[in-house]
Each structure stands twice: as structure tokens, then as C-alpha cells.
Design a protein around this ligand. Structure first.
Ligand code: NAD
Length: 276
């Protein structure tokens, strides 16, 4: 049976399935097959990016599925060397995807050294007005980057996509954005599968108590925190496992046990936003 995935309403009035499938590091030659597997398993939200080099496979799988385009949510992202050139960059992404619009277009990284992200944001506002993307947001923005957008634009991002998993939990930054109605999306929600994370005794205990896998326990922790996430896997059985998370619920103590695994800065698996 296809699972019913909860939706989160964004501040522009659109809604997004809370759980999706991320395609970073899925080889282009495998993308159509694995996205087709994900669609078959019930995923209706795909997190892509120009830099992942596999938008074509995402678009082909969606076209081949026969599922109406308006039942599928697709995000793609503006890469760092296109901050001056977002209209062309989005048009190239749309061509690769085979779509006339995406649901969400994100600035992938702020790249403060370049100092072009405010101009990039102004272009995204225009692309949304033109209907080429339904919603616009950002990724890897720190509070100071969001503050600058707020100073320059009357339109705020609907989401900020940031690194977030049990070993790295920047709640202070997330809550500062949430005050402005900006929802958080977790990238690397499983900590990129770090063994010492998924094998932590706290996670193993929670998983054993519900007869689920450690990855399922962590996905459930994110969902109950109100976070939008899209774990990646290149294995069909794990793709199915990662969406089979709606038949159990973590208790407040179990949520707290996973939350206790925060390692602060030391827990990052990706780069610091000011260093990219
Ligand atoms: P992830 O936390 O989703 O981890 C993926 C890895 O976890 C897999 O490669 C595998 O090793 C393991 N895994 C997956 N399912 C498992 C299971 N059921 N059991 C055991 N191990 C399992 O990491 P990610 O791919 O880095 O992040 C997910 C998505 O987030 C990406 O595909 C991409 O869409 C997005 N992302 C965005 C940014 C950004 O800068 N905006 C950066 C990184 C990732």
C-alpha cells in the first residue's frame, strides 16, 4: 500500500510532502531507475540540484511514471557560479528535467566571499513571478545571510535547507528562521550513513523497541521534529525502508535520547556554509 505522506504548508500558501528522496551522488546512469523505484515505493517529492548532474534522469523517471506532474514535488538548486545568471541556470535545469516549472528553486550556498546572493535572490523572486518556479528558498544560509535577504527584499525564503542530523543539530539557527515562518529542510538527515551514528546505542535501543532499522528511527525523529527531509539511498530495499516510517511513533523519552547525540560543530559531515 502506498503510504500517505504528511504535507507541510509553506508561507507562500503551497505545500510540500514532508518526506522525499534526495538524489545527490546518485550516478546519472542510475538515476532514472532509482527515481522510478522511489516513485513505485510512494515517494512524491524529489530533491535535485544542477550540480548533481542527474536532473535528466529525474525528469525521465517522472515522465515515464504516468503520474500527473501536479502530484509530484520537484526541487532543484542554483549552483554557486550562476548567482549572476539565475534565469539561464533555471531554464537549463528545466530543459534537463523536461518541465515547464519546478516546485521549489533554491540558492544552493550563500558563498559570502562572492557576495552575490542578494542579487541571486532578487532574480529568484522574478522567476517565481514568471511562474517558472512555484516557490523559492535557500540552502546553507546562516542567520546573517537570511538577515541580509530580509533587509533587501520583501519576499522571504519558504525554506532553508541545512545540514541536520542527530550528530549535528543547529537548533538555534533553525529556530531563528522559524520565527520568520521559514521551514527547515534537513540535508544528510542520516548523517550520510555514518556507522558510528546509526550504530549509536541510543539509536539502536529506539530502533529495537519498535522493531525498525536505525535509519527508520532517525527518519521518524526528524518527522516528529516537524522537519522536511529526503534521505538518499541507491538501494531499492533501503529506498522502500526509508519511506516505511508511518506505522510507529517515538515517545518523548526516545526523541530526547536521539536529541542527546548532538556533537555540535564536531558532528558536521559536510562543509561550513562560510567556507564553500
Ligand atoms: P543521507 O544522510 O541521506 O545519507 C545517505 C547515506 O545513508 C546512503 O548513501 C547510505 O550510505 C546510508 N543509508 C541510506 N538509507 C539507509 C538505510 N535505510 N540504512 C542504512 N544506511 C542507509 O545523506 P545525503 O545523501 O548527503 O543527503 C540526502 C540528500 O540531501 C541529498 O541526496 C541531497 O538531496 C540533499 N543534500 C543537500 C545538500 C545541500 O547543500 N543543500 C548537501 C548534501 C545533501
Amino acid at each position: 500500500m502506498t503510504p500517505t505522506i504528511p504535507s507541510i504548508t509553506l508561507h507562500d500558501g503551497t505545500s510540500i510532502p514532508q518526506l522525499g528522496f534526495g538524489v545527490c551522488l546518485i550516478p546519472p546512469g542510475d538515476t532514472e531507475r532509482l527515481v522510478s523505484e522511489a516513485l513505485e515505493a510512494g515517494y512524491r517529492h524529489f530533491d535535485a540540484a544542477a550540480i548533481y548532474g542527474n536532473e535528466e534522469g529525474v525528469g525521465k523517471a517522472i515522465a515515464a511514471s504516468g503520474i500527473p506532474r501536479d502530484e509530484i514535488y520537484v526541487t532543484t538548486k542554483l549552483w554557486n557560479d550562476r548567482h549572476d545568471d539565475a534565469a539561464d541556470a533555471l531554464s537549463e535545469s528545466l530543459e534537463r528535467l523536461g518541465f515547464d516549472h519546478v516546485n521549489l528553486y533554491l540558492i544552493h550556498w550563500p558563498v559570502p566571499r562572492q557576495n552575490r546572493y542578494v542579487q541571486a535572490w532578487e532574480q529568484l523572486v522574478e522567476l517565481q513571478e514568471q511562474g517558472l518556479t512555484r516557490s523559492i528558498g535557500v540552502s546553507n544560509f546562516l542567520p546573517e545571510h537570511l538577515d541580509r535577504l530580509e533587509m533587501h527584499s520583501s519576499v522571504l525564503p519558504v525554506v532553508n535547507q541545512v545540514e541536520l542530523h542527530p550528530a549535528f543539530q543547529p537548533w538555534k539557527d533553525i529556530d531563528a528562521a522559524r520565527v520568520h515562518g521559514i521551514k527547515v529542510q534537513a540535508w544528510s538527515p542520516l548523517g550520510r550513513g555514518r556507522d558510528d551514528l546509526l550504530d549509536a546505542p541510543e539509536i539502536l535501543d529506539v530502533a529495537a523497541a519498535h522493531g525498525v532499522s536505525p535509519a527508520q528511527a532517525v527518519i521518524r525523529w526528524h518527522l516528529q521534529n516537524g522537519v522536511i527531509l529526503f534521505p538518499k539511498s541507491a538501494h531499492p530495499e533501503r529506498i522502500r525502508e526509508n519511506i516505511d516510517v508511518f506505522g510507529f511513533e517515538l515517545s518523548p523519552d526516545e526523541m530526547a535520547a536521539i536529541t542527546s547525540l548532538d556533537e555540535g560543530e564536531a558532528g558536521r559531515v559536510g562543509e561550513h556554509p562560510n567556507e564553500v
